[in-house]
Design a protein around this ligand. Sequence first.
Ligand SMILES: Cc1ncc(C[n+]2csc(CCOP(=O)(O)OP(=O)(O)O)c2C)c(N)n1
Ligand SMILES: [Mg+2]
Length: 385
Amino acid sequence: MVAAKRSKPPPPNNPAPVGTDPRVLRRAHFLMRLSRAWDARFEAMARVGRIGRWYSAVGNECTTVGTALALGANDAISTVHRDLGAVLTTYLDPTRLAPALFEDGDATPWDALRPSPQSLLDQLASQVFGRRGGFTRGVDRSFHYGLVRPDWGIRHVGMISHLGSMIPVAAGLALANLQDGNDRAVLGFIGEGATSQGDFHEALNLAGVMKLPLILVVENNRYAFSTPLSEQFACEKLSDRAPGYGIAGETIDGLDFDAVHAAMNRAVAHARAGHGATLLECMLPRMRGHAEGDGSYELIPPTEREAYLRQDPLVRFEASLVERGHADAERIKEVTEIARGIIEDAVERALLTEEPVLAEATRPVFAPGEVATAFARQSTEVTGG
Ligand SMILES: Cc1ncc(C[n+]2csc(CCOP(=O)(O)OP(=O)(O)O)c2C)c(N)n1
Ligand SMILES: [Mg+2]
């Protein structure tokens, strides 16, 4: 397989925002609170049996939002089960969703491309309830959805499996960019458990050899279901593996927004410049069990659990906002309340929507060939699911 070299000048992409830019911090704060509010609502529903299962992203917000905020229109993301923050960051224009929280000049050129944030949020809520209005129209009630709308600047390839299978998919997206000669980057997320699968090796080896514009973020929350790190790998840090593949690698504190965002900006610049892939290991606290109510959190020793619960990235981010004079207690309360209200309304509306139609919900789920072509060629082909 021979990839086209990046000979033609790359088309302009959105410049990566600067870490401590107040516009980025406002956006990050709202999106993290939105992600947390979503989890809180669905955790509550899982507890009373209104939904069958819920995989919380509590603790991952700083990493998912902090990395995704460094992307520009039409960079791609591939997600797994704790990446709601990255999905919200990619799909939504916060300045239209919560105008009271933003200032003139906060909107980016990408925001203007995106559709009504309310309609996308409604679709997302319908997806999680398995309703007809969701992206997969009821094929799935969970995270197995995607949204590829180049005309909106959104390229989200949804989850096939929780584990390593998504890594070669993300590498394939990066290869498509390379072959197309564009300067777009791909952000793929996985948990540390996925790094023990063969897919991790195959994809990162390919990324190294072909200098793919891939950023693989490992959300290391120290457990894969009930398997602790000591039984998962014997190297000190997962980023130690990067030199073996000839790619860049860093291990960072996934609770430190500035560190996450800066590392991601570096990785995106590296990818756009044709220097290849980066492995970014983000260290996270395990703040929830594998799925709500499956008993897996109780397998973690209580003192360890208590330490993780004290490391809430949102609490830390908000403290840093106050320290730097970007917010006060009142502002934090306002952002939290507005985010909660938006999620509450979206959930209530989704619960009133139509159930799936059998013929649609049982349709074949493979995307037609043109969709894959459209993905690389920036056509305006539409697909959901
Ligand atoms: C091949 C395979 N084995 C097992 C599972 C079941 N499973 C789903 S997620 C998961 C743990 C994933 O752990 P990690 O990658 O660390 O992500 P985390 O849930 O901690 O965010 C397991 C064992 C699976 N989906 N696929
Ligand atoms: Mg894990």
